[in-house]
Design a protein around this ligand. Sequence first.
Ligand code: MRU
Length: 365
Amino acid sequence: MKVEGKHYRSIWFDKISDEVKIIDQRSLPHRFEIISLESLEEFEVAIKDMAVRGAPLIGATAAYGIARQMQRDSSDESLSSTYNCLNNTRPTAINLKWALDRCKKELWGTSVKDRPKAAMNLAEIICNEDVEINRKIGEFGLEIIKSLSKNKPKGEPVRLLTHCNAGWLATVDWGTATSPMYQAHQQSIPIHVWVDETRPRNQGALTSWELKNQGISHNYITDNAGGHLMQRGLVDMVIVGTDRTTSKGDVCNKIGTYLKALAAKDNDVPFYVALPSPTIDWTVENGVDEIPIEERNEKEVSTIQGKDETGEISWVKVTPEGSLGSNPAFDVTPSRLVTGLITEMGVCEASESGLRKLFPLSERS
Ligand code: MRU
């Protein structure tokens, strides 16, 4: 998407400088900084520290991490140890393992001599596929927005609520939950977005930055405001992303998503999940019991990041000395609370039969 008139992806290989480049999301929304990733350790830290984040982008970054490492050492041992190193960075989003498994499988069947080139090609393919998947999710989600818009007085916006950042920053481009928003905006369908702040890392500020850049009407709200807005009839649709969706349609996403789904159910507000197929974990059925939930550093809760009046970005403490935070980063929304899954193949019910109709051949691995 565009930043100050120039089109960017969230990750790309710069052929001129021969570097993999990313937008450092630790500095956003206050500073737009591009950094390059070179060593395996730099890729590892970028994912762990959330310089890159969001399930699809983590997968794409891992694919580039493998590619760069194969250019230094393309042996079988190096392929295995690079896979293990990157696979241990973040536990919940399945796209990481999906991308690593795909790279390992394809490169294992490639000679050591051809591996560096094959690995780089594959990383590019994974990125390009991600862009196309998200564009299609946008097309299908747009139809839902259009049908909500038809029932409104002319000019009244469709009011969407979203949680976390499932935007283009979290993918390679378009975003998942934001893709229908961008496509609606491009077609001049009026929308307004309620953006949950999404403590503790405030990824809602990233979503606000994205929406502001595209000129989309939005308000940044506290995490606890959504239920109230739904009771007042001010939300027409909730749309969120997902870090892992089970074969039965349970959705694991940023902490707090489950509470939004409960409030949506109680208020008859449709609750949709934008789901790229690499985020489906066909090996898992029951999300609550089977998906590992990342526990992040308590400092993310007991402190908060912001920009002060001198322009400095810093973390300030919000809790008294001696009170420790607790920081589960994701939760699971059971399929019964999900109105529909918006995938690149169409919209389906959040159930095994719904998913199988769209993805009949996908395997458990
Ligand atoms: O911890 P993060 O910022 O990586 O979590 C991201 C989310 O939870 C997103 O909503 C999810 O990855 C879907 S993004 C397309």
